[in-house]
Design a protein around this ligand. Structure first.
Ligand code: FUL
Length: 477
């Protein structure tokens, strides 16, 4: 093994990664000329005159997101067609040329302001692939993209995320662009040091698919080579250097187990984001009005992403009016209601908790139930197995347990099981591998007063910052 277990346990997130992880659930908004042409990928020759949302209301977008319990929103400020939703000084191909607000509107500003007013974090998607701009394919284009980044990162307040898409097709002159990734990152770091750079960036890893599929064991500590994965994927398909097939890939199922990392020279904190759309497409198509994902499916993805050590980026495409369609809005409200009903009453609070051992007074077992996810229990350094017992104030029925590790000090738990006391014995309830930022455990309802957690395997020494018990009105196991 190239890296010791102790040093593995000490790979930690940056403050910006930590702040991003705590957002948990946020929306993607795909809106632009494609909304009006009924396409997924524009060609870059769309007439700006078609861009004319008649009832655009950024507050409606924000309200819909909030009704689902989302904490942020990422807007496609420019998609592959190159059309900009803000009046960029560096191109004419933008809202400036559209009839919307007589060419005087700034959609990025309206959305950013509405987010701020509504208490949502705001993020920007800026497609490096641009099928309109004539500079595409030359170094001038890299300067153009940086100028656009500067506009977006200085004119619209705090930005929590810059989402870079890996797509790299041909521009209007039939040429491909060699992206200056490091140059783009420098601009982001300089102007918005608190923002994460996602997917084609060093802070947030693409989960590897757009279907909502999640991993059972999602590690945030993974081989460093994954950092470049989305950037080189396109090129790699044309290069067979004999090494490609051995490299870790963001689509691999097993990225962070001891087995997967055993011969890797270096590891990094690179947590996953699950991105998918509420409909089959990323942009709005009236023909998909009756294909909004079911509440059951969305809940399932929520439990496995937010509750599977990832974040959940759910796309909600506004329609030609500039509103999130009633069907999608209704589904978001339903989702929010069930999440609120599930997580409102923690049956473990006020209970008693004991641990097989504790590091010191600051890390006693009580930290697990103190309602503060920034305090935590931990055993002595080097203790890889531990047992925690919780006694509730009264016998209760529950079907959901939320576990949280204190990830600011690393991700350690590798194997855990939960039991409950009934009929004079401990009964098996749930078994899992990783916990990480959050693990939501669902199972058929049980009635008990005592619950026992056994951490059977961990890296160096585990931590737990929260164990919460709930009774969800809906069974998600
Ligand atoms: C992909 C794009 O090609 C899709 O249009 C969409 O924006 C998705 C989120 O990323 O790479």
């Amino acid at each position: 093994m190239s890296v010791s277990i102790k040093s593995l346990a000490q790979v930690v997130p940056s403050p910006r990664q930590l702040a991003w992880q705590e957002l948990e659930f946020y929306s993607f908004i795909h809106f632009g000329v494609n909304t009006f042409t009924d396409k997924e990928w524009g060609l870059g020759d769309e007439d700006p005159a078609i861009f004319n949302p008649t009832e655009f209301d950024a507050k409606q977008w924000v309200d819909v997101c909030k009704s689902a319990g989302m904490k942020g929103l990422i807007l496609t400020c420019k998609h592959h067609d190159g059309f900009c939703l803000w009046p960029s000084a560096f191109t004419e191909y933008s809202v400036k040329q559209s009839p919307w607000k007589d060419g005087k509107g700034d959609m990025v500003k309206e959305v950013a302001d509405a987010c701020r007013e509504g208490g949502l974090a705001f993020g920007v998607y800026l497609s490096p692939w641009d099928r309109h701009d004539k500079r595409y394919g030359s170094s001038l284009y890299n300067d153009y993209l940086k100028d656009q980044l500067r506009e977006l990162l200085t004119g619209y307040g705090d930005i929590f995320c810059v989402w870079f898409d890996g797509a790299c097709g041909e521009g209007p002159n039939g040429m491909k662009q060699v992206y200056d990734w490091d140059g783009y990152y420098e601009v982001v770091r300089e102007l918005q040091p608190g923002a994460v750079i996602s997917v084609c960036g060093p802070d947030v890893r693409w989960c590897g698919n757009e279907a909502g599929h999640t991993r059972d064991s999602e590690w945030s500590v993974v081989p460093e080579e994954l950092l470049d994965c989305e950037k080189i994927q396109e090129a790699s398909q044309h290069v067979d250097d004999g090494e490609f097939s051995k490299r870790a890939n963001s689509r691999d199922e097993n990225l962070g187990s001891r087995e997967a990392i055993k011969n890797k020279p270096s590891l990094t904190w690179y947590p996953a984001e699950v991105n998918t759309s509420i409909r089959p497409g990323w942009f709005y198509h009236a023909s998909e009005d009756d294909q909004v994902r079911s509440l059951e499916k969305l809940l399932d993805i929520y439990y496995k992403s937010v509750g599977g050590n990832s974040t959940f980026l759910l796309n909600l495409p506004p329609d030609k009016r500039g509103l999130i369609h009633e069907n999608d809005a209704r589904r978001m409200e339903e989702l929010g209601s069930i999440l609120r009903a599930t997580f409102q009453d923690n049956l473990a609070s006020g209970g008693r908790v004991t641990a097989s051992e504790s590091l010191d007074e600051q890390h006693e077992a009580e930290r697990i139930l103190d309602g503060d996810q920034h305090t935590y229990w931990s055993p002595k350094e080097g203790t890889e197995r531990a047992v925690i017992e919780i006694e509730l104030l009264e016998e209760s029925t529950f079907n959901t347990i939320v576990l949280q590790e204190h990830i600011a000090t690393g991700q350690r738990i590798e194997k855990l099981n939960i039991e409950y006391w009934a009929n004079g014995a401990w009964n098996k309830l749930y078994e899992c591998t990783v916990v990480g930022y959050k693990r939501i455990c669902s199972f058929p309802p049980v009635k008990a007063k005592q619950v026992r957690l056994t951490i059977a395997e961990s890296r160096w020494c585990p931590t737990l910052s929260a164990v919460e018990l709930y009774l969800s009105p809906q069974n998600n196991e």
